[in-house]
Design a protein around this ligand. Sequence first.
Ligand code: FE
Length: 220
Amino acid sequence: MSITLPPLPYAFDALEPHLSRHTLAAHYGHHHAAYVAKTRALIQGTPLEAASLEDIVLSSAGRDSALFNAAAQAWNHAFYWRSMVPGGGGEAQGEVAQLIEEAFGSQQAFSQQFVAAAGDQFGSGWVWLVLDGKRLRLTATSNAETPLVTTAVALLTIDVWEHAYYLDYQHRRLDYIAAFLGHLIDWNVANERLAQTLNPRPGVWSGTPSPERSLPGTLG
Ligand code: FE
């Protein structure tokens, strides 16, 4: 079986004081780990037992909600950990900065729209910076929904499920979003994902679904 809990890319306390070791220990060690365990249990003895996580998400979308919810959340969380870095945040640089200016007008306007999207997301979900065609846009998804099942390619995400911030910020989701933008967001990874999408190297997962797969839908 190929599905395992990927290592957290930094120590539990590496994002302090913006996200505490208690939040990361619970979020990664309990929530993310549980989605991986559930996915493994559901694919055991099925034709998907040796499939990649991306293929499991794509295969289950619109067909098997229990497997989709577990597998998509496993994928979303791995993507989220790699959207943050100790000492991150602030203004984007490089190619992603140029595309932000084209799509949003300015980095300040991008930040305002990001805060609005993440703050307004009702209930549990995610907000994603995606490359849609040649243009960046923000998209919000509910529960386990993920841009992986669309033609848009995810560059960054913030988890706005309460378990992502409640221990540190209680009901103050906007303070968590501000910390993410100001101190945590990993623009280097966004630029790497952008470069990989625009100039794909064989054998490296780009986040783009296989063309032969039917796409269950696109996100608004
Ligand atoms: Fe989460």
